[in-house]
Ligand binder design. Structure first.
Ligand code: BMA
Length: 930
């Protein structure tokens, strides 16, 4: 804890004059909510004038769509056909009534939570303000423009494409890249405008550069003062169970004389009930208060405990005017540990939450729709719920999208999903002139204050891949390296870092992702190799190697991006494509693929392990090829993620101590081939079902090290460390020499020092069972039994020469067999499997898989128990309930026992017979039958 700053932050009153105000909707007595229907019209430069009614929050695309002036922008080639729309300037116009209780107030503000992006705002024809950053909130003084009765407001947007091009041509030097890759059918110069960077297209998304009022808009009037923002930070207190809560309240006062009033702070469920008399002078001010609290429960990431949230409320009363704000607080500490490692090169790079080292399991989040007004709270809850269901405890909000809506972070708080929050700069260099830096200052101040009270926020990161872009000369900047390096440092180090430090000292800041963390700083902020495996985080992509071969994977401190593509299901694609295009090599499939050579890459990865299907039925062939892309993606990311989890507690030649695996990417912005595990619309790909297994708290992780078959057990927590605690704990990290493979290395163990001796369950012996199964029978050829006790969260529990295992089990050849593994008990223990050959060689046999029973679980008619039976081993058993959105308990699995029990959870109630009818089952062998 930074004691100097902490103890200075006693009751003080600071005066701040910032044009860009700070937080969302004021709660005062005199307000007019301007959301709802507005008139939306274009400039007609394309020759056609449109005047429609459009919703606010919203944008011109969804306004035209809801008025049926265009069809689904996602349909077929419409991303291309509708490129005229963003080249128009669109205006939002509305009339509204002003009554005397507003008109007579001394201060009247037009409060805009989000204007996308370049706009001139007029009230009754008078310009009251301009916007040029979609990520800030604007407050415009409209007192002088207002009149009693009917008023008119116009928000006149300029084409973002046009604005960006103008900015680019006005720059003293080129700031690359100019345009996105042609495969993306996108626009140019997006780095010139403070707008969602991927709205000009990305390698997984379309170009729909929206214009619109994309967040709440209202008129606020007052005579005294309003509470603009309320923030909270939580720090460990002196005792095991004591916390320090730092509360900051931000005011805007407007009165000729100082405003006297009382600030009341309360936090339900705690002892915090405090009244503070205050005198505020005109303008912006803030107070900072610290409270020591005990008897509050700690907030833990998913899998480590619960997520208690406490409601903190600030109410300021001055005369008859009352203004208030509320936030939810979770008591937790976060720390990024970058320590030297004894006798090794490099630094650690891991997070401690409440003092406990946590392996970050998760993925990367991108905007959930090109049209943010379509992203409902339900969609957030569905996607974040799907992350939690697969044992994720961390998502990175990637730097080319948006700072998500408050509801996103609220749900992350509730579900225990920690958020690695990038600032919105990605895969580009950016200007560093005074105007641009001023825009950025307002943006970072606003966003950090808006988000910092969320316990889920883990860290702030300056940008996505821009250090690497400079270090590896991605944009041909080597000749002007010093110039671009200076601008980089001016932006992320001299401008953003101090604001983060000032606004939120409670969280770490890294200048870029990937970076070498402290080493990057030591190397002057642009490291020679920002992806060095000895430091920080890394983004790993390799589309040419066999990603089933674990020796191809890097041994990192933290893998914050890695992934390969697959196609979404035909069920999802059919919503935006014609049957004529349902062919892997069709024009539309090529058009929809924004990653150059992506479809060829996927095919080359598939044929490493599978035969292709040449089913004469085009639709079936397309579906089965999609199935193969999903299998390959799921298996590749399974192997890679298990690799990272195995390396969490071992170090060899200074490599290892991997404490994070966030695969690229969680969700999709539209229906297309991408790296996502969840399709647009919420359907889980096979990868997402596999995530549930490779992120499981107890993981059996088999792999081949040369010709030695090895099995690790990987657990999130050792039995001794189990048990929830109310406060932060201390941990001790020990390095013990250990032979790892044929090398001498270290086994690393973080043990929790018990401050309050919680109940810990005794460390019993567990037993691993390894069955050699032939593809032609459900009766194991041979079973190995291995009992084990874990010494660290990742430990080798079995190894044997594979050739010996084949001999011992009398399995003639790997092509004929597969290994099935489980711990302790087949029904409840974790299980997994391991192929012994590629599937193009494996002698799979036909398998007749049936649903033998399907019954609703007692308490609902949206969850069903299914019993499946098979007469033979079956690989990649894929269940689909076409037309019935929902998820199966497991999918894409190896059917290695006569029956399995699975549940299906539908998103809505469904009739059992209809469900049974809708469920289609296939396994790998089926796609070769035609
Ligand atoms: C990384 C990400 C994204 C990109 C992904 C896949 O660069 O940061 O920018 O979409 O790889 O190419």
């Amino acid at each position: 804890m930074e004691s100097r700053r902490y103890f200075q932050r006693v009751i003080t009153a600071l005066i701040l004059q910032v044009t860009v105000s700070i937080c969302d909707t004021y709660v005062t007595s005199a307000m007019i909510d301007l959301t709802g229907l507005w008139t939306v019209m274009n400039s007609g430069s394309n020759g056609t004038l449109f005047t429609v009614q459009g919703k606010v929050p919203g944008n011109m695309y969804t306004a035209l769509l809801s008025n049926k002036r265009i069809v689904d922008p996602y349909y077929m080639y419409n991303d291309d056909h509708y490129r005229w729309i963003p080249r128009e300037n669109w205006t939002y116009q509305k009339t509204f009534q002003v009554s005397s209780d507003i008109y007579t107030k001394s201060r009247v503000i037009l409060s805009c939570d989000g204007l996308d992006t370049i706009a001139t705002i007029k009230v009754n024809g008078q310009v009251v303000g301009k916007s040029s950053n979609m990520f800030v909130k604007y407050d415009f003084d409209i007192k002088s423009a207002l009149k009693l009765g009917v008023n008119e407001i116009r928000v006149e947007f300029q084409s973002a494409i046009e604005y960006a091009a103008q900015k680019a041509s006005a720059m003293p030097h080129v700031i690359p890249p100019k345009c996105s890759n042609p495969a993306q059918h996108g626009e140019c110069h997006v780095n010139m405008i403070r707008k969602e960077q991927c709205s000009f297209s990305w390698d997984w998304g379309p170009s729909f550069p929206t214009q619109g009022i994309w967040k709440n808009i209202s008129i606020v009037a007052f005579d005294t003062a309003v509470v603009e923002a309320l923030t909270a930070e939580t720090w460990q207190g002196s005792g095991a169970d004591s916390w320090v809560l730092t509360v900051e309240v931000f005011f805007q006062a407007h009165s000729p004389s100082p405003v006297s009033g009382v600030l009341q702070l309360t936090m339900q469920g705690t002892s915090l009930h405090n009244s503070v008399p205050l005198t505020l002078t005109t303008g912006k001010s803030q107070v900072s208060l610290n409270y020591t609290l005990s008897n509050v429960s700690a907030w833990w990431p998913n899998g480590y405990g619960s997520q208690p949230l406490y409601n903190l409320k600030a109410v300021f009363t001055s005369g008859s005017e009352v203004s208030s704000k509320a936030v939810r607080v979770g008591f937790r500490t976060v720390e990024l540990v970058q320590d030297p490692i004894p006798n090794a090169t490099g630094l650690t790079f891991y997070f401690k939450v409440n003092g406990v080292p946590i392996f970050m399991k998760g993925s990367n989040w991108i905007p959930a729709d090109s049209f943010q007004d379509r992203v409902t709270v339900d969609r957030y809850r569905d996607l974040l719920g799907s992350a939690r269901l697969t044992h994720m405890n961390c998502l990175r909000v990637w730097g080319g999208g948006i700072y998500e809506n408050d509801e996103f972070y609220d749900i992350a708080d509730e579900l225990g999903i920690m958020i690695w929050q990038d600032f919105m700069f990605a895969v580009a260099l950016y200007p560093a002139d005074a105007d641009f830096l001023t825009l950025v200052k307002g943006e970072i101040t606003h966003q950090v204050r808006r988000l910092k009270s969320h316990p889920s926020i883990l860290l702030w990161a300056g940008n996505n891949e821009n250090e690497k872009a400079l270090a590896q000369n991605w944009f041909g900047t080597q000749s002007e390296f010093d110039l671009y390096k200076k601008e980089y440092i001016d932006l992320y180090i001299n401008t953003i870092a101090p604001i983060v430090q000032r606004e939120d000292p409670s969280r770490p800041y890294v200048s870029s992702s990937p970076s070498n963390g402290k080493e990057t700083e030591k190397e002057g902020w642009i490291a020679k190799d920002p992806g060095d495996w000895h430091y920080g985080d890394e983004h790993f992509y390799d589309y040419l190697s066999d990603l089933w071969d674990v020796s191809k994977f890097p041994i990192l401190r933290f893998a914050s991006e890695y992934g390969i593509q697959s196609w979404p299901s035909l069920e999802t694609l059919s919503k935006v494509s014609e049957p004529s295009q349902w062919d892997y090599w069709s024009d539309w499939c090529a058009h929809r693929q924004h990653h150059p050579m992506g479809n060829v890459e996927m095919m080359s990865e598939i044929i490493r392990h599978f035969s292709l299907t040449f089913n004469p039925d085009k639709k079936q062939r397309f579906e089965d090829t999609i199935y193969l892309t999903q299998i390959n993606q799921a298996m590749s990311i399974r192997w890679e993620t298990e690799h990272y989890r195995r390396w969490q507690s071992q170090l060899v030649d200074s490599y290892g101590l991997t404490m994070g695996a966030l695969y690229w990417q969680l969700n999709d912005i539209w229906q297309a081939p991408t790296w996502a595990s969840i399709e647009y619309g919420g359907k889980w790909k096979m990868l997402h079902y596999y995530a549930k297994r490779f992120f499981a708290p107890n993981l059996i992780s088999p792999y081949l090290d040369g010709n030695i078959f090895k099995v690790y057990m990987v657990v999130d927590k050792l039995p001794a460390d189990l048990g929830e605690r109310s406060g932060p704990v201390q941990t001790k990290t020990t390095f013990s020499h250990r032979k790892i493979g044929d090398k001498l290395g270290y086994q690393v163990h973080h043990s929790v020092l018990h401050m309050d001796q919680p109940v810990s369950s005794p460390q019993g012996e567990d037993t691993l069972y390894i069955r050699m199964m032939s593809w032609g029978s459900l009766t194991p050829l041979y079973t190995w039994k291995q009992s084990f006790t874990l010494n660290s969260t990742s430990d080798l529990v079995f190894e044997a020469d594979l050739a010996d295992m084949l001999t011992t089990s009398k399995c003639p050849a790997g092509t004929g067999c597969v290994l099935f593994l489980y711990v302790n008990d087949l029904e409840t223990g974790p299980d997994t499997w391991f192929p012994l050959s590629s599937f193009s060689e494996a002698s799979l046999k036909a398998a007749n898989i049936q649903i033998t029973s399907l019954t609703p679980t007692s308490q609902s008619s949206s969850t069903f128990n299914l019993t499946l039976s098979t007469d033979n081993m079956a690989a990649f058993v894929w269940l689909e309930a076409t037309g019935i959105p929902g998820t199966f308990l497991d999918n894409g699995f190896l059917f290695a026992t006569p029956t399995v029990n699975i549940t299906f959870t539908a998103k809505e109630n469904v009739d059992p017979a209809a469900l049974k009818e809708a469920i289609k089952i296939k396994s790998l062998v089926d796609i070769y039958k035609y």
